[in-house]
Design a protein around this ligand. Structure first.
Ligand SMILES: O=C(O)CCC(=O)C(=O)O
Length: 254
């Protein structure tokens, strides 16, 4: 278990499997404070918001005026929303591990993830198998995201699933569809997905994962909203490609 490992041991697991769970990284009172603030923001619809209906994923409302059309998927720009998020994203417990991974000075991308993800019962959609690098354009495909579970995350409420070791597989473009989701109509791909695992996360656990790790998540079949906070980091020598969405926002040097 990663909880018994040193930071170095955790980063070795991250390199080997493409993800590592660090149990109880956040104290319970911080998770509760973030969720309290997030619930308020959900009612006020403050700031930049991504709605489920914007994405057209499986199970999402078809439009903003369809039933459930106002269901929020992401409270975007978390870093700009509150000092709590800023302090957490820059905290020593994150910086120390991320710096060990990159072995150079690091930066927090404000262009990607940088959000409070909500997964609602009924109208929260499932996310098909993908690599996060589908969203991004950097000189090298080498970024790490940190996903903080602000409550329990299980298969029942739509937790993440991962294919261990998939971050180092050479997966040709043909194995993905036009939206860069991993196709499930080939036996080769299905065989790979069968090796996936669905780790349960407890309140305060964090999962560090590579931008090329194949992952997916189901619908939320519970009665409660699931809240998770996500930030993405890279080494400062790995620059966003000019003119792309990845370069559209400033970065925070850590
Ligand atoms: O919670 C989910 O549905 C998956 C989120 C995810 O994989 C992503 O945003 O890249």
């Amino acid at each position: 278990m990663a909880e018994y490992l040193s930071n170095k041991g955790q980063i070795e697991l991250l390199r080997r499997d493409g993800f590592v769970i660090v149990p109880r990284l956040l104290p319970a009172n911080l998770c509760e404070a973030i969720k309290y603030a997030a619930r308020t923001e959900l009612t006020r619809l403050n700031g930049a918001i991504e709605f489920e209906s914007d994405l057209h994923y499986l199970g999402a409302p078809k439009s903003r005026i369809a039933p459930g059309g106002n269901t929020v998927r992401r409270l975007l720009d978390a870093y700009a929303r509150s000092k709590i998020y800023q302090n957490l994203a820059k905290s020593a417990k994150i910086r120390s591990r991320i710096a060990l991974y990159f072995d150079e000075h690091i930066a927090l991308s404000l262009a990607h993830h940088n959000c409070l993800m909500t997964k609602h019962p009924t109208y929260g959609s499932q996310t098909s198998w993908h690599r996060d690098v589908r969203y991004w354009a950097f000189e090298r495909e080498d970024l790490i995201s940190v996903w903080f579970a602000l409550g329990t995350e299980t298969e029942e409420n739509g937790a993440l699933r991962f294919v261990p070791g998939s971050h180092i597989l050479d997966l040709s473009a043909e194995r993905f569809d036009e939206s860069k989701f991993f196709r499930l109509d080939t036996s080769e791909n299905v065989a790979l997905i069968r090796t996936a695992i669905s780790p349960t996360l407890n309140l305060g656990d964090a999962i560090f994962f590579h931008c090329n790790t194949l992952h997916a998540a189901g619908k939320n079949l519970s009665d409660d909203i699931k809240f998770s906070l996500v930030f993405t980091y890279h080494g400062i020598s790995n620059l966003p490609v000019p003119g792309t969405r990845s370069a559209a926002k400033s970065e925070v040097l850590l």
